[in-house]
Design a protein around this ligand. Structure first.
Ligand code: PMP
Length: 423
């Protein structure tokens, strides 16, 4: 098979007719498949559900001397703080264990900056004319939506293989209106990029003009390898402190892809000074989060090495799903109409279609019963200037369905590319 761009007009017309026929046949199957969101599959959830510690007798609810059934311990039960400190490589006093979702902790931190101000804020951001925020892209759509909902000006920073373009970041943070930046430093959503040691070090040592700059460190996929050995990651809190930026960083993680999304445990890690400031504000909004759920998680996950072993069992379920999609995508290689990532961890494959064809390809997918994350979602304001990036989420459907869905996607990418080139 030739590159589409090298085909003559006649060859392209012929190819279009053949691919269109395949598309109509796929459409006639009346499929209803979904590769839109990074949800764990039923097999993963069942595996956890069978083993998640059951608290039944009254004494099961005691964590040391602490009764998790009652009020207390705003920052989370000590066992849970210690467990996540061990996983993240920081100190237990730097860990706040919250409710069921890290996105809520991220939203809440930014919200507090607007209403009350952060530790080093001159005034609450709500009183500022302009707030700008750095958004490495492709990135996580829900991060961008938080910023948009507060009316910030979102600045796109291109991703490289090593993480965000650091020359650009270092230049942009000299503007005092730039108040923060999103990061998914390990197995980024959607590209699966692991920030290089140099990128992490440059981020930790930045000199932002804003005294209350927030380096948002969303470590959502910090132990989520799909294949190969666990890849250790640096403790960003220590790196920032050593660079004299101890209060700049807020790290987040959760068990959404370890136990149950929506019924897991979320954490925020930050300097002790930030922790004191945040606790003084959080203590007004709640007397405490769900400590029973925290205890259930500690009993189940036990410690870092036990948690890593569990993650290998998740990987055993997920890896064949990723392989199914990657194998199907190989048919596109000789046509030269798309590039895609081969992630070693995380929940996504990122595909760059021929510029100007992502929207059209996904519209064709939808008509054939395959739901994908909307085109543009991986960019600030939901607009991909190149109309190229497509996020593929292979975690939820069973392998057989994924194979079908990936075939449909390939057909749609081919049709969209041929239409673009002219048929
Ligand atoms: N951060 C990233 C990068 C994610 O991909 C996701 C889930 N898709 C989340 C956060 C959401 O995590 P939680 O369930 O803890 O809110």
């Amino acid at each position: 098979m030739k590159r589409y761009e090298d085909m003559t007009a006649d060859q392209r017309r012929e190819e279009y007719a053949a691919v269109r026929k395949a598309y109509e046949a796929q459409k006639a199957l009346g499929l209803k498949l979904n590769m839109a969101r990074g949800k764990p599959g039923t097999e993963q959830l069942d595996m956890v559900a069978r083993e998640m510690a059951q608290l039944t007798r009254p004494e099961d609810y005691l964590a040391g001397g602490l009764d998790t059934r009652n009020y207390g311990e705003l920052a989370g039960i000590p066992e849970a703080r210690a467990l996540f400190a061990e996983i993240l490589g920081c100190r237990a006093e730097q860990v706040f264990v919250g409710g069921n979702a890290s996105l809520q902790l991220m939203y809440d931190a930014i919200s507090k900056a607007y209403t009350h101000g952060m530790l080093h804020s001159e005034k609450p951001w709500g009183k500022l004319e302009t707030v700008k925020w750095l958004c490495p892209a492709p990135g996580y759509d829900r991060h961008f939506r938080i910023c948009q909902s507060f009316g910030m000006e979102l600045i796109t920073v291109p991703m490289t293989e090593e993480g965000p373009d650091m020359d650009m970041v270092e230049r942009l943070v000299q503007d005092p209106a730039v108040k923060g930046m999103w990061n998914v430093p390990k197995c980024s959503n959607p590209q699966g990029i692991i920030y290089s040691a140099e990128t992490v070090q440059r981020l930790a040592a930045m000199r932002p003009a804003a005294p209350d700059f927030m380096l948002m460190w969303d470590n959502a996929y910090c132990i989520h390898e799909l294949e190969g050995e666990f890849v250790p990651f640096p403790d960003i809190l220590s790196l920032c402190r050593q660079a004299g930026n101890g209060d700049m960083v807020y790290e987040f993680a959760s068990t959404s892809k370890i136990t149950f999304p929506g019924a897991g445990v979320a954490v925020m890690a930050c300097s002790e000074a930030n922790m004191a400031h945040m606790l003084s504000l959080i203590g007004v909004q709640t007397i405490g989060y769900d400590k029973i759920n925290q205890l259930r998680h500690v009993r189940y996950l036990k410690d870092r090495s036990h948690t890593l072993a569990l993650m290998q069992r998740h990987a055993a379920v997920l890896a064949p799903k990723f392989r199914a999609v990657l194998t199907a995508l190989e048919q596109l290689a000789p046509l030269d109409i798309a590039q895609w990532t081969r992630p070693t961890g995380g929940y996504f494959i990122s595909l760059d279609a021929m510029p100007g064809t992502a929207r059209r390809a996904l519209e064709l997918c939808r008509e054939a019963g395959v739901t994908m994350t909307g085109a543009g979602a991986t960019y600030p304001y939901g607009v991909d200037p190149a109309d190229s990036n497509i996020r593929i989420a292979p975690s939820l459907p069973p392998v057989a369905e994924l194979e079908q869905a990936a075939q449909v996607l390939c057909t749609c990418l081919r049709l969209a590319a041929l239409e673009k080139l002219g048929v």
